[in-house]
Design a protein around this ligand. Structure first.
Ligand SMILES: [Ca+2]
Length: 120
């Protein structure tokens, strides 16, 4: 009986700790990722599902934030003037060329705000 109770308590602890959301100070930025460029499709597609497929276990299940910058000059996405079709920590980044006044998106790389233990 005591052994069974111990197992139940241990299982409960493991379940609770695996689902706990870390406090904000335990989050870190991942590396930068770039798997597409605006010349190869209708735009630049840096989708979270595609990034996870290419880099297994490198990006957490539910990132809290996303950042993007140009791959060559590292200009933050919010300073480029591009209009993003998708810009979301749960989906990633999509920039469509024909949505831009210039007719072409910049080439972006993205990173995500995840619990530090996932990718360290
Ligand atoms: Ca890109």
């Amino acid at each position: 009986m005591i052994k069974l109770l111990s197992v139940a308590i241990l299982a409960g602890f493991c379940f609770a700790s695996s689902w706990a959301i870390p406090p904000p100070w335990q989050y870190c930025w991942t590396d930068w990722y770039d798997i597409d460029d605006p010349m190869s499709k209708p735009g630049d597609f840096e989708l979270l599902d595609d990034l996870r497929a290419k880099y297994p276990r490198k990006i957490c299940w539910r990132p809290r934030k996303i950042e993007a910058r140009t791959i060559d000059t590292h200009i933050p996405s919010f300073q480029t003037g591009d209009d993003f079709h998708i810009f979301s920590p749960s989906q990633g980044l999509v920039c469509i060329n024909h949505d831009q006044t210039s007719g072409m998106c910049h080439d972006y790389e993205v990173r995500f705000w995840c619990p530090c233990r996932i990718h360290s």
